[in-house]
Write a protein that binds this ligand. Structure first.
Ligand code: ADP
Ligand code: MG
Length: 606
């Protein structure tokens, strides 16, 4: 007798369940996806004991035909695709036809459904895979009850955590799904208590309200709205200003064609866009939706479908990076003003924080010439505190009139207004159209210098220097091939990297700026980035880090007295500098206290 046997269907299902059914939350994810695929506009989720005793979902979708009831619970049975072509352009969330069968093999499941008119019911209890369909009353739609998860697989049951932890996982899953589909209403109840009750959201204001409910209103108040489209890719949603960064990567929601996705390439592109403005170790917060032709993204990579594979990962990466980088770079004083104003309006007003779409009230002055940049750059090499009357911004500003002189005239008041005084050698106080502006002078100056240094680097090109002793690096054959194939990543940034043998590279030249860096580590990291993500920004990131340190040391220190023209010069420079809303460490550089806020402090006009 041979040793190989066919698995029984029940055991095959239980093995499959190992992949998709990890805990109550994974059951809820699969079941919500089924409701949405059935066109439901209302989904009610009821849990008992964190979902370990019972998970019940009720929807108002299409319902299941009587003759389909047994098939719905069978493995490899789906109504969503028929052939490979359907799979390649799949529009539904499910398509593998194994969720219900897997769940039914490790829990007691009752399915009740109606397509309108009569209804029916089928029960499977894990041990028995035969399905008995009997008549039952049910409005159009489907109710599924999953009781005693893992009752027949004690080893799996042991992996369940406390009720509270399991419930938190379910709540997180429901949040994600609720963000993915605004056109469906969701209600989540735990042990009879309503936790979430989210109405259908049609208008922008309703959608924003849902995001605020799910992600917190602080997120929404500090969110930039994103709209970008290029090369058949469309990105929309909200990203938080860098000053709203988090210590955990727990407010990051990304959807690809309505599907919740946690993807390395996506995360990398977003991090890279925030790189310049986020303090080390902080995490950006976002709710973003990417839409693209289903044919250019493979969703059948993993049973839980959290990962995807883009046909052209490189251009998706570039697109995401560019769209977000631009939105973040555009955060200048002129655009933050309306944001702050709007943040004070109650949620639900039609034009909540959509500052991106508001016209720019203030036009940046033309970019200064290369020579001035070089001069500014050279000034940075001087010791700290060189922000004297001769420094870049002080000179250009002395001609700017003061507020009093302005009020009579018709000239426009710049967004950050005019300096009134310096406080404790740390802050600049200025008056603008809205009221009082307070600027952290070191933080602001640091950002300006950093942006200038980067510009001058981009304009002058990267200066390279040969290594006295070329450095040999032992790598794998795959890495060596990669280095050869993507040599432009290195050569474009001042590196000369050549292949020495099958498994070694030699570095002959490096950028002057990185002369003291750990070149070997950098080259290795770049290669592993390229192999994994098809791109790498490490070299630029390392240079930026060095620039950032230089900027920090080169910028004006606290306790330096500035003249009014110097202060005005700094304000004008902030207005034309990218990302001047935050310093290089992601701290805010300035804040506004409007007249009405001041009035409130003094109980004026109340
Ligand atoms: P898949 O979603 O991959 O098709 P499932 O095992 O999750 O596989 O579901 C099997 C089938 O049962 C689905 O293809 C669908 O036809 C039907 N079904 C499951 N849940 C529902 C529901 N809530 N409403 C209508 N039909 C459903
Ligand atoms: Mg499914």
């Amino acid at each position: 007798m041979g040793k190989i046997q066919l698995l029984s269907p029940r055991l095959a299902n239980q093995i499959a369940a190992g992949e998709v059914v990890e805990r109550p939350a994974s059951v809820v994810k699969e079941l919500i996806e089924n409701c949405l695929d059935a066109g439901a506009t209302r989904i009610d989720i009821d849990l008992e004991l964190g979902g370990t005793r019972q998970i019940k979902l009720r929807d108002n979708g299409s319902g299941i035909l009587k003759e389909d009831m047994p098939l719905a619970l069978s493995r490899h049975a789906t109504s969503k695709i028929k052939n490979l072509e359907d799979l390649e352009g799949v529009h539904s969330l499910g398509f593998r036809g194994e969720a219900l069968a897997s769940i039914a093999s490790v829990a007691r499941v009752t399915l009740t459904s109606s397509t309108g008119g009569e209804g029916w019911k089928a029960t499977v209890d894990g041990r028995e895979m035969d399905v008995d369909v009997t008549a039952a009353a049910h409005p159009q739609g489907t109710t599924i009850e999953v009781r005693d998860l893992f009752f027949n697989t004690p080893a799996r049951r042991k992996f369940l955590r406390t009720e509270k932890t399991e419930f938190n996982h379910v709540a997180e899953t429901v949040k994600r799904q609720a963000l993915s589909r605004f056109d469906a209403a969701f209600q989540l109840r735990h042990d009879g208590k309503v936790i979430y009750s989210l109405k259908q959201a049609d208008t922008l204001a309703e959608k924003q309200r849902r995001v605020a409910t799910v992600c917190g209103s602080a997120f929404m108040d500090q969110a930039l709205s994103i709209e970008a489209e290029a090369m058949g890719l469309r990105l929309s949603g909200w990203v938080a200003l860098p000053t709203f960064s988090r210590s955990q990567a727990d407010l990051q929601y990304f959807f690809v064609n309505g599907r919740v996705v946690k993807d390395k390439l996506v995360t990398h592109a977003i991090r890279q866009a925030y790189r310049d403005v986020l303090f080390h170790g902080r995490h950006p917060a976002y709710v973003l939706y990417l839409e693209l032709d289903p044919k250019v993204v493979d969703v059948n990579v993993h049973p839980t479908k959290y990962e995807v594979r883009f046909r052209d990962g490189r251009s998706v990466h570039d697109f995401l990076f560019r769209a977000l980088h631009k939105a973040l770079a555009d955060v200048r004083p002129d655009e933050q003003l309306p944001a702050n104003e709007l943040a004070q309006q109650p949620m639900g007003s039609e034009h909540a924080p959509l500052q991106q779409n508001m016209g720019l009230g203030y036009q940046s002055s033309p970019v200064t010439g290369v020579n001035e940049k070089i001069a500014a750059y050279q000034q940075l090499q001087q010791p700290a505190g060189s922000m004297s009357a001769g420094s870049g911004f002080a000179a250009q500003s002395s001609a700017i009139p003061k507020m009093e002189e302005m009020s009579a005239g018709n000239a426009e008041i710049p967004p950050l207004g005019f300096a009134i005084a310096q406080l404790k050698g740390i802050y600049i106080l200025a008056e603008n159209a809205n009221g009082l502006v307070v600027v952290d002078m070191h933080a602001a100056h640091e950002r300006i210098i950093y942006e200038r240094m980067k510009q001058s680097r981009d304009q002058q090109g990267i200066q390279a220097q040969p290594l006295l002793v070329p450095q040999t690096i032992a790598v794998s054959d795959r890495e060596a091939n990669c280095a050869q194939e993507h040599n432009e990543v290195f050569s474009g940034l001042g590196f000369t990297v050549e292949r020495m043998s099958e498994e070694s590279l030699v570095v002959r030249q490096v950028p002057v700026m990185l002369a003291n860096a750990n070149v070997e580590q950098l080259v290795r990291d770049v290669l592993s980035d390229i192999l994994m993500l098809q791109s790498s920004d490490r070299i630029l990131a390392s240079m930026d880090e060095i620039l950032s340190t230089m900027a920090c040391h080169g910028s004006v220190r606290a306790n330096r007295q500035l003249t009014i023209p110097e202060m005005n010069g700094l304000l004008r420079d902030m207005e034309i500098t990218e990302r001047s809303g935050q310093c290089n460490h992601g701290r805010p550089t300035w804040t506004q206290m409007s007249l009405s806020e001041l009035d409130k402090l003094f109980l004026r006009g109340q």
